[in-house]
Design a protein around this ligand. Structure first.
Ligand code: HEM
Length: 232
């Protein structure tokens, strides 16, 4: 939801961002959102029970809560985001990052600078890949199964970036630097974080210092969660 924000567009909701548009099929079927319909299905019963909460807030609440529950930092969130009302208000496809573009560093900067984020925030947010898995049948990335994903939890399979992929910590930065385990995923946009001189400064710091990662992650996440949002 939030990552579609374009700082060069003033008008809401044309500017994209955290406005609940991701609940519509029109946006769920964008390639970069493959599989997210499953997350929406988990949230829908909560929306049905608490109809006063907007989808825009619910998506952000779910994400921040998941990170905190997985052992990550407390994220300074605020709520009151207004929802768009129809699918015609969804952003066009192509605003989210690709995992395998021709120049990963340039691509990450094109996409995240458009959101108003900087190199430090790009690296910190990429640390979100400490959680979860990629599935070839969804994004086309990752192995069908590895020794770390064969027993789930949840539907088995996919390839994770870290060994303990339900624990939020700084292991992602150690793993993308070492690249010694074939069962762990490193996307081209992950690899560039330890190659590009400016990104590398932060990636190396986060690999050494989990507290620094948590602090920068929490700030960057809070900023991302507010992008483009109209608060009531
Ligand atoms: C930097 C550019 C990024 C690229 C190119 C990218 C790409 C991807 C890809 C290809 C997948 C696999 C999807 C699948 O097969 O189901 C994925 C999953 C994931 N991404 Fe990213 N991502 C990026 C940034 C982020 C950010 C900023 C966050 C959060 C702060 C994030 C959090 C996640 C999580 C948690 C998953 C796992 C989902 C699951 O287990 O189902 N990613 N990403």
């Amino acid at each position: 939801d939030a990552g579609t924000y374009d700082k060069n567009i003033e008008e809401w909701p044309k500017r994209g961002g955290a406005n609940g548009s991701l609940r519509f099929d029109a946006e769920l079927k964008h390639g970069a959102n493959a599989g997210l319909v499953n997350a929406l299905k988990l949230l829908q019963p909560i929306k049905d029970k608490y109809s006063g909460v907007t989808y825009a807030d619910l998506f952000q609440l779910a994400s921040a809560t998941a990170i905190e529950e997985a052992g990550g930092p407390k994220i300074p969130m605020k709520y009151g985001r207004v929802d768009v009302t129809g699918p015609e208000q969804c952003p066009e496809e192509g605003r989210l990052p690709d995992a395998g573009p021709p120049s990963p560093g340039q691509h990450l900067r094109d996409v995240f600078y458009r959101m108003g984020l900087n190199d430090k925030e790009i690296v910190a947010l990429s640390g979100g890949h400490t959680l979860g898995r990629a599935r070839p049948e969804r994004s086309g990335w990752g192995k069908p199964v590895t020794k770390y994903t064969k027993d789930g939890p949840g539907t088995p399979g996919g390839q994770s970036w870290t060994v303990q992929w339900l624990k939020f910590d700084n292991s992602y930065f150690k793993d993308i630097k070492e690249r010694t385990d074939e069962d762990l995923l490193v996307l081209p946009t992950d690899a560039v974080l330890v190659e590009d001189p400016s990104f590398k400064e932060y990636a190396e710091k986060y690999a050494e210092d989990q507290e620094a990662f948590f602090k920068d992650y929490a700030e960057a996440h809070a900023k991302l969660s507010n992008l483009g949002a109209k608060f009531d």
